[in-house]
Design a protein around this ligand. Structure first.
Ligand code: ATP
Length: 240
């Protein structure tokens, strides 16, 4: 579904991604782990085309997407849930979700289909349903994260990129977010690329994983194997 070959990204003279190659098969959950500054966010932002000047090859379902406008990439089925959630604070929950469907409205999408998807968000996130007229800025961190995921889903992505969805959240809320990620794959077959500091939890729900260090992929494998890997345990898993 997604194939990245020899991807390089730069911030001025900083070479932030160095010949990164990776792939995601349809319906997979793949996690990207790595220390602060390894380049995880840069990789997601390059996929979403919000960082200019990258080189290499990125194909989504066989179509090259590197260098396309960000809205075009979303239209082709790739949506990102950004680090730090970035919901629109003054707008209500409902308005934030509606904005996620903006490109569908613009393309003349069927209003009843969009309305059905709004209903689907109510089922997926019952806590948001209760708060649909509340300003997003007044939600808890966990609720904002769910809203950010819901907003991305309103674009009907086939590939969802999640940037540190568990950041700063209490353990029970993290469990809820990870449950939703699994549910999305199980019920809708959504392919998911999950960036996480919480490597253990991410590897537990992922099929495969990649380890990124200073802009390079240094290790890849089945999630179960990475969980058992001594280097991964030492660097990223800490102690149980
Ligand atoms: P974190 O978990 O801390 O978000 P990360 O793995 O997502 O880390 P990136 O944010 O992708 O890492 O950063 C990769 C490298 O690029 C780092 O060395 C960082 O300092 C650098 N970098 C990121 N954004 C910029 C920017 N806007 N300008 C210059 N350098 C940047």
């Amino acid at each position: 579904m997604l194939r990245i070959r020899n991807l390089n990204a730069y911030y001025g003279k900083v070479h932030a991604l160095k010949n990164v190659s990776l792939h995601l098969n349809r319906g997979e959950i793949v996690t990207l782990i790595g220390a602060n500054g390894a380049g995880k966010t840069t990789l997601l932002n390059t996929l979403s085309s919000v960082i200019p000047g990258a080189d290499g090859d990125i194909q989504l379902d066989g179509k090259p997407i590197l260098g396309l406008a960000p809205d075009k990439v979303v239209s082709l089925g790739l949506s990102q849930v950004p680090e730090g959630r970035q919901v629109f604070n003054p707008l209500t929950v409902e308005e934030n979700l509606e904005l996620g469907a903006y490109l569908r409205y613009r393309a003349g999408g069927k209003r009843n289909e969009i309305a059905a998807d709004m209903e689907r968000m109510n089922l997926l996130f019952p806590r948001l349903k209760e708060r649909r007229r509340q300003a997003a800025g007044t939600l808890s961190g966990g609720e904002q994260q769910m809203l950010a995921i819901g907003r991305a889903l309103m674009a009907r992505p086939r590939l969802l990129l999640l940037d540190e969805p568990s950041m700063g959240l209490a353990p029970l809320v993290v469990q809820e977010i990870f449950r939703v990620i699994q549910q999305l794959r199980a019920e809708e077959g959504t392919t998911i690329l999950l960036v996480e500091q919480n490597a253990r939890a991410a590897l537990k729900i992922a099929d495969r994983g990649y380890v990124l260090e200073t802009g390079k992929v240094v290790l890849e494998g089945k999630a179960a194997e990475l969980l058992e890997n001594k280097d991964v345990q030492r660097a990223y898993l800490g102690h149980e």
